[in-house]
Each structure stands twice: as C-alpha cells, then as structure tokens.
Design a protein around this ligand. Structure first.
Ligand code: NA7
Length: 538
C-alpha cells in the first residue's frame, strides 16, 4: 500500500474531505493504483454527517438510495434500521465503510487546507495546510460537499449574545442540556424544521424567528425489519440501475403523462397517494410540470397548504406558517415529523419576522420591532454558501495565478461541475452546474462523478500526460446550455440557496444543472467515449 505517513509530502492525488464523496474517491483512486492522501478538517469520518450533528438531523432520501453501490458485500452486510436514517446512523455507516475498506489510515484528520496553488512548470498542485504543512499532488480532488460552509445572518450585535449560541452545522459533540431553557431558533428550512420539531418538547420555551415559511411533506419513517432487509437485498441490482435512470437520482421518477392531460380527480388521488408515501416522491416523483408550470405548481401549493393548515390549532399561527409568495417546489421541500404539532404546544411561539423584523441581538436575546425576547440559547439554522463555499475558503490559484474565488464571485462557471477552465487537474464533486449541486440524490450523483473523475485521471496517466483542463469553449458551451435549461425553471422566481440569493453578493442563477441526471450522465459518458476532446490534455 502506498505510504501516507506524516513525513510523505508528494502524492499522485490529494482528496480533500472524508464525507460520502471523499471516502469513495480515495477508495477508487487507490484501487486505480494511485498514491492518494486524504485530508479532512474534522476529527473523524462523515463529512456532512460529521458536522451536522444537531438534534433531529436526518436524511430526506430513503436509505434504500442513500448508500454506496460499489461493494455487494457492503450492501449485504449493512442493515439500515429505518427508511430515513438519522445522522448518527449515517455517520456510523460511513465509519463502517472507512474501516471495512481500510480508508481511515490514508486520511489525515484535523487538517484544514488553506491554499492550493497550481505550478505550471511541474503541473503539480502545492497544498498548504492551516498548520503550515506543505504537500504536493498531481491531481487535487475537492470533495468538500455542496452544503458545508455555514452562513450566519448579518444581525447587529450577534456576537454579543451572552448565552449559548450554535450554528447547526458546527454542532458540539457534547450533549446539550435544554431543560428549562429559553431557546431561540433562526431558520425554518430543512435544518431548522428538524431542530424545531426535535427540541420543542425538551426546552423550557422555544421562540422560532421565521422569515419565510416552507411547504413541507410529512415523513413516513418505518423501522426496517428482517423482511424489509430481505426485500431490499433482492432489489439492489434493480435499484442501483434505477437511480441512474431517474431525473433526480432517486428511486422514483416523474409521471410520464402530461399533468394537464390527467383528470383533476385522478391528479388529486395521485397527490394524495404520493403525500401518503411520506417521501420526496410528492415533489420529484410526481409530475415534471411542478418544476416549470405555474398552474401545476399552484395545484401542489394549494394541496400542501391544505394539509399543513389542518394540523394547526391556532388559525393565526397557521396563517403565518403558510407560504404565500412563492410556489411549491421552487425551493427545497423539507420532510417533517410533528413540525406543525410543535406549534400547537404552549411552550412554542412563532415570531413572524415579516411582521416584526429583527432589529438587533443583545447579550440578553433578540430584539424585534415589537419587543425584546430574552433567551438562554440561540440556534442558527441559517444555511450555507452552497456549491462553492468550502472551495472558496481555500485560496485556490490556477494558471497565471488566477484565483478561483475571484472567478466565482463574478460568475459560477465550470465544465459540468467537474472542473473549471484555468485550473488543470483540479476536480470537484457536487460542484456548481452539475445535478449533484442541488437537484440529485447526493450519493447517486456523487458516485457517478467520482467514477468519471477516476476514469479521466486514468486516461491522463495512460497517455503519459501531466495535466487535464477543460477548454474555454467547452466550458462556455456548458454554461450556455445550463442557462438555457434553467431559464425554464420556476425556481428562478423564488429566493433560496438554489439560486444564490441567501448569500450577499453571490452571482444569481441556478446552482445545479437542471437537465436531469440521466442527460448529465449521458453527456459525461459521451465526453469519455469521445476521448475527452473538450479538454486540453498535455
Ligand atoms: P436553508 O434552506 O438555506 O435555510 C436557511 C434558513 O435560515 C431559512 O429559513 C432562512 O430564511 C433563514 N435565515 C437566513 N438568514 C436569516 C435572517 N437574517 N433572519 C431570519 N432567518 C434567516 O438552509 P438549511 O440548512 O435549512 O438547508 C440547506 C439544505 O441542507 C437543505 O435544503 C437540504 O438540501 C440539506 P429565508 O428562507 O431566507 O427567508
């Protein structure tokens, strides 16, 4: 096995991140015979599932499709306990994978990459860590996750708060005592919803500071018994194939019939059935028109509001929790469990920031235009700089010293979310302008991207070449195609991390390729079959 000892500084490839894609990338490149080192800022394996250990953290993809496919032995050995896994179980799974395939030893943990500079003379990347270590590698893979760099709201006085204060994605490893505490939560996206529904009955008093309510779907999460495991095992080959064929990489797909050609009664029944399924099938396994047709999306919006409203006791609270100024499916639709019932509790209060905006945070709590809310704990579930945040945190410089951050501050460009012109041998997973950035079941698209990168690197090495970089015209063509496809999407009408509006100054536009995962995979395959003519290989 290649040496990754602390003294070794030169590698064929460096993989940054020990999450779903980093672990797989390391395993695949090592299998391909490269001397690979993994670097991970956290002290353990898991990526998203290492960092996001907040109460209630759970996948919104079923465990049937939120897993690796590369090892039949692994598929048979690992038995998920629920249809949707909690953070602890997913983290345990990734640790199991790391141990089973002996990946842990090839990672250095607690290491933050601070810069990555491309040296044109040698075609190598020089990597510096925050501790001052210098490393080099021919290929650099940023497997740093699409949603990993947290953002905090810009509210005057935030740092002055004297109580406990957490961002959900930097949650402490130690248990937290909520007993009797007055807790405030900012953020009612997928994360905030999971937090709120999980701590409502544990805290003294909970105040939810809501800016935008979301459409949600109630999660159905049965435990999996031996019979369920057997059933799944029998279908693994079929599911593995299926996730590569569906529009968003899940086990379900859109109805082939045009929405408006299905009778209203049949549509209603279909929505009822999908809603009862308790998964994202209600959204990305329904009708494609939900993405592009206002009339269709309106029907989904009315349906979801009706269901959500029916669970709330107080009509005034219900009104505040109903999304009104955007359509269903134009932002990420969270799954929830008892979220609305939380607001039926006496100790939970909803503060609508549209009615009473926040003025400042003080040592004692949150001051809105109406009153001062004294708090012992503040939780920020306020999201991420999606697609680029973790990469931008590293000082990445390519040919001619060009800074990737400068480029992405102006425009989010890439060739298929895999590479950026001007940055040879720098690969990424979940990068901007790939389905994986937002519109795909992450493990499906991550695995496909890692395998494509493995093959591309293999190709470069096979040609005795030293570098691979997308041509400017290929990148421009992909960007134009991306803009054309995304221009049809209703998501552009709403504000969310999908379109970059959650980060000040971020270029606006859909972060993910919206032409569907199968079309993307087909294009990736075509690039490979065509001998990577979209790239300069030298
Ligand atoms: P999201 O979906 O970006 O949600 C962030 C939440 O934080 C959202 O409700 C925001 O309100 C809220 N927010 C942000 N800034 C503020 C301020 N200043 N005041 C009040 N509220 C604020 O992040 P998540 O972590 O929930 O989910 C990210 C993805 O992770 C998710 O989609 C899954 O794919 C996994 P806003 O809606 O902007 O009005």
């Amino acid at each position: 096995m290649p040496s990754t000892s602390a003294t070794n500084t030169e590698f064929d490839a460096i993989v940054v991140g020990a999450g779903f894609s980093g672990l797989y990338a390391l395993q695949q490149l090592r299998e391909a015979g490269l001397n690979v080192l993994g670097l991970e800022k956290g002290t353990g394996v898991g990526g998203t599932w290492y960092w996001n250990r907040y109460p209630g953290a759970r996948t919104d993809s079923t465990t049937e499709v939120y897993q690796y496919w590369f090892s039949e032995e692994l598929l048979k050995e690992w038995k998920w306990s629920e249809r949707f896994a909690a953070q602890e179980e997913t983290e345990r799974y990734l640790n199991f994978v790391a141990d089973k395939f002996d990946l842990r030893g090839q990672f250095r943990f607690g290491v933050e990459v601070s810069s990555a500079i491309y040296d044109e003379a040698s075609d190598l990347w020089s990597i510096t860590t925050a501790d001052g270590d210098a490393l080099s590698a021919r290929f650099l893979l940023m497997c740093t996750g699409g949603l990993s760099e947290p953002i905090f709201p810009k509210i005057e006085g935030r740092e002055s708060f004297a109580g406990e204060m957490f961002h959900t994605s930097r949650w402490p490893h130690e248990p937290i005592d909520y007993t009797g505490k007055r807790v405030g939560v900012f953020g009612t996206g997928a994360t905030g919803i999971q937090v709120i529904q999980s701590i409502a009955d544990k805290v003294g008093h909970l105040k939810v500071f809501q800016r935008t309510p979301n459409y949600t779907i109630p999660m159905r999460n049965p435990k999996l018994d031996a019979a369920a495991h057997e059933d799944r095992a029998a279908r693994f080959p079929e599911i593995q194939q299926r996730v590569r064929e569906t529009f968003t990489g899940f086990e379900f797909d859109f109805d082939a019939r045009p929405f408006h050609e299905v009778s209203p009664e049949e549509r209603r029944q279909k929505l009822e059935d999908l809603y009862a399924d308790g998964s994202l099938a209600f959204w990305v396994g329904s009708f494609f028109e939900v993405f592009v047709d206002e009339g269709a999306s309106q029907e989904f919006s009315d349906f979801a509001r009706e269901k959500m409203r029916a669970r709330l006791k107080d009509p005034k609270v219900a009104e505040k929790l109903m999304p009104k100024d955007y359509l269903f499916g134009t932002r990420r639709v969270p799954l929830e469990t008892g979220y609305y019932e939380a607001y039926n509790r006496d100790n939970v209060e909803l503060i609508d920031l549209r009615e009473t905006p926040v003025e400042r945070i003080t040592p004692d709590g949150v001051v809105t235009s109406a009153e001062a809310h004294d708090l012992d704990m503040l939780i920020f579930a306020t999201g991420f700089d999606a697609g680029r945040g973790a990469i931008n945190k590293v000082d990445v410089r390519g040919r001619n010293g060009a800074k990737l951050k400068d480029i992405w501050d102006k425009e989010l460009r890439s060739f298929m979310g895999l590479q950026v012109h001007g940055f040879p041998n720098l690969f990424m997973t979940m990068g901007p302008l790939s389905p994986a950035a937002a519109l795909c079941n992450a493990p499906t698209c991550i695995q496909q991207q890692v395998e494509w990168i493995r093959d591309a690197i293999d190709h470069v090495r096979g040609k005795q070449a030293r570098s691979m970089e997308p041509k400017a015209e290929a990148e421009a063509e992909w960007l134009a195609h991306h803009y054309e496809v995304s221009s049809q999407l209703l998501a552009l009408q709403a504000e969310s991390w999908y379109v970059g509006s959650n980060v000040d100054g971020k270029p606006k536009g859909l972060i993910a390729y919206a032409g569907g995962s199968p079309a993307y995979i087909e294009r990736c395959e075509a690039v490979k079959a065509g001998g990577y003519s979209e790239f300069n290989i030298a």
